[in-house]
Structures are given as C-alpha cells and as structure tokens.
Ligand binder design. Sequence first.
Ligand code: NAD
Length: 475
Amino acid sequence: MTIEFPLVINGHWREGSSKRSEDVLNPATGEVIGRVAHATSVDLDEALDGAADGLVEWQAVVPWQRGGILKNAADRLRSDIESIARTITKEQGKPIAEAKAEVIRSAEFLEWGGEQARRIADRSLRGRDGRNRIEIETHPIGVVAAFTPWNFPMALAAKKFAGALGAGCSIICKPSEETPGSVLAMAKALLAAGVPSKAISIVFGKPDEISNYLIPAPAVAKITFTGSIPVGKQLAAAAGRVMKPVTMELGGHAPAIVCGDVDPEKAADVLAKAKFANAGQICLSPTRFFVEENISQRFTARMIEHAKSWKMGDGMDPDSQMGPLANERRVQAMDRLVDDARRRGATIAVGGQRIGNRGFFYAPTVMINVPESAEILHSEPFGPIVPILPFADEEDMLRQANGLEFGLSAYVFTNDAMRQRRLKDALHFGTVGVNEFVTHLPEVPLGGWKESGFGTEGGLEILAPYQKTKFVSVW
Ligand code: NAD
C-alpha cells in the first residue's frame, strides 16, 4: 500500500511501525486522495530520542546561521507555491488564491523567526558591589511538542516552527491528520535548507494518544497547541501535571460592532469578505454582528445580497469565492446551530442548508431575530453563518459582546474617533480591528484573552515562548 502522507522521523519518511493509516479526503468531493500514516509509541520514542539529539545539534548552530537556514526554507516554500497551494486546497477546501496567500504567509513567518534568531542577545549587568558581573543568558527551552489544526494547516504550523527553530529548539509536530500535506512540504523545505534531520519530526495518529504520550515524555520541555478551547484545556491540564509551559492559541467568537454613522453597505462588503474567507473557519472570523438599529436594515439587505451571490465551488476553480467546509463534522455543526436558532425563533433570511450531495458545501447563511439564548451566540460557529443583532443601547450591546469566555478578536466600525476609542477600550479581546478585518502578520504578537488562549505567537517576541534564561553571577 502506498502511503502518500508518511511520518517524518529523524530524516526518514516512512510508515508507522504498526502500518496503521487513515484516509485523507478532498472536502470538495468527499473522495479519498491518499492515506496518512499513524505513529505508535515505538515511532514516538524514536522521534523523542532523535529530538533530544537534534536539540544538541541545532542549538550549536549559531543564531546567525539559523536565521539564514530559515530564510532559505522560506524561499523554497515561495518557489514551490503552486504545488503546495494545490495540496492545501485539495485537503482543506479553501479557494486556491487563499491557499497561495497561506503559503506566502507561512514563508513570511519562517523568515521572521530567522530574522529574530539573528537578534538573540544575552545581557550583562554590573553587580551591586561594583565587582561582580551578572549575566543573563538566553537558551532554547528544549524539545517542543506542537499540535496544529486543519483550518490553516501550513501557516499555523509555520508560526510554531518559526519560533521554536529560531530559538534553537527541536520540534515534534502533530499536524491534523485531515490536512497532512502542507506541513510535510514545510518539513521538506526546512530539511533541504539545512535544519538537521533530528531537529524536526512530523507524526500523525490518534490525536489524544499522541498528545497523552508526548506531553509527559521527559524529553519534551514545551507544549504548543492551536485548536479549540476544550482540547486546549485538556492539553494544558496534562502539561500542568508535569509542570511544562504551554502556548495555547484557541477559539474565538468575535463581535463585529457596526455603528450607525458608517456606510452600512461598505461595512457589509468588508465583513462579508471577512466572514466567508476560508468558509468562516478562521479563529479571527467575525461571528456576532451587532449593528446599530438605524442602519441594520440596509446592512442586512446587503449581507443577504452577498450571501445569495457568493460564488461557491471547488477551491481549485479560480472563480470560486468560497470552498466547502473542511469536513463532515463542520456541516453537521452548521445544521445543529441553524436548527437550534430556528427552534428558538430566529429567521433564516438566506442559506441555512447543505449544498449538493457531494463534498461538504454549506450555503452562506444570514440569520435575523436571533434570541440571546441561541447556541450560535455562545459556541464558536467556525462556518459561514452571519447572525445579525441590531442594537440601540451601547452598554447592553457591550455586555453581550464581552459576555462570553472568548477573548480572541473583535471589530468596530465607526468614523467617530471618540467612539472608536471608547469601544476599543471597552472590548476585552486580544485583537481589535477598527474599520477593517485583521489577519495574523508575523510582526504582530497575537494571542487570546480569557479562555481564548495563553501566550502569544509572532511579533518581536516570537522566540520568547521557546526560550528560557539562566542568571549567572560571576565574581
Ligand atoms: P477538535 O477540537 O477535536 O480538533 C481541533 C484540532 O485539535 C485538530 O487538528 C485535532 O487533530 C487536534 N486535537 C484534537 N484533540 C486532540 C488531542 N487530544 N491532542 C492533540 N490534538 C488534538 O475538533 P475539530 O472538529 O477538528 O474542530 C472543532 C472546533 O475546533 C472548531 O469548531 C473550532 O472552534 C476549533 N478550531 C479552532 C482553531 C483555531 O485556529 N483556533 C482551529 C481548528 C479548530
């Protein structure tokens, strides 16, 4: 049997020792496009032993040179953009233009991690008595275990590789089994660029089996995860039991507040594009649309127009504006959220159903008259649903906007400078877009407040989660 998506362990691209594997589907057709190998504890032990050696080897490469290697890997991704983007679209469903943008962003992250590696500097202080010298050394934290999801299979892994490898750590990554190809392509680029083969392992399998094995493994020093809040809590708890630090990039449920002074059609244009990008499967997606009453009808009418005319299709077709959802679970989740809202009295103005009987397509959906009790206003929807919530009382709207456990991102649309500032300050979220949608750029530290996460990724501090310091006092 051919394994199109192997494990990568100590430079060997191979099946798992049990020969177990699972199907990888194309969400646009539901057809099997390959099989991904599963790792067992034997394979994980091999990866762990290798990563311990890889750490020694990689941290000995001076940061300046590590920076060059990461830049070289980034260039390789850029030159292979067509084929990697096709892999992303075939496994995940997003339109090919979005997949290309993801490859570019992944390259930028690797490059940025390499640039920050070149700035690693120890500090020294004069001691208090004027004679001793205090040195503060920066060291890589150790072997990193990374768990990455399927919605941006390459970019969300690239952030972790950029930080960990830039800092001099070795990394064992378990990407989503549903979207294995682009992380394998990134591993290929990194190894070809000169990262030692034992510094990178890619493993797949049953997610909980792998995390239960890797997190407590003595060789692992740091856990980093991107995914849902419930899984993040499980992994953070497991890490807490062995006192290992975590970075958690978890879900969001972003309020988009559209104030009565803006052009409602223009705001709807920006927000439709933001909402339907990646079929709504973005942790930063706007998901609760609070629109001031005086413009809510016009805003709703424009959003309905967009939902009706948004061109859905196979992401490989360059005319498709939105591809399928990434898996059958998302279709079922959309159905559940729509049924629940309808039962509680909401009106489905457009959409609200699966499209076709092939693949995982779901219609762009707009809901109005949505009661506060509806599940869609409490669980992260991760799909192309727009609940519109007209408001008259700003204070009550803010109570709802801030009232969930989520604190990842929020959006404000107003041209009134005082109101911009008031709302920005009042929102309890780690990211606020004013009059625009935001995406994660390498130069920006992004992290959730409240249960949306712990720590940040990116920014000048991209290496910090993967570093530890040593205080040395020399007399
Ligand atoms: P999920 O939460 O079970 O899985 C999300 C990711 O975590 C997957 O890649 C999965 O392989 C991994 N995972 C799951 N259990 C794990 C475990 N015990 N150990 C290690 N990794 C594990 O469910 P799902 O159906 O894939 O996604 C459901 C929800 O997750 C979505 O509705 C969305 O809210 C959230 N999500 C968020 C992001 C994000 O970028 N923050 C990404 C993907 C999914």
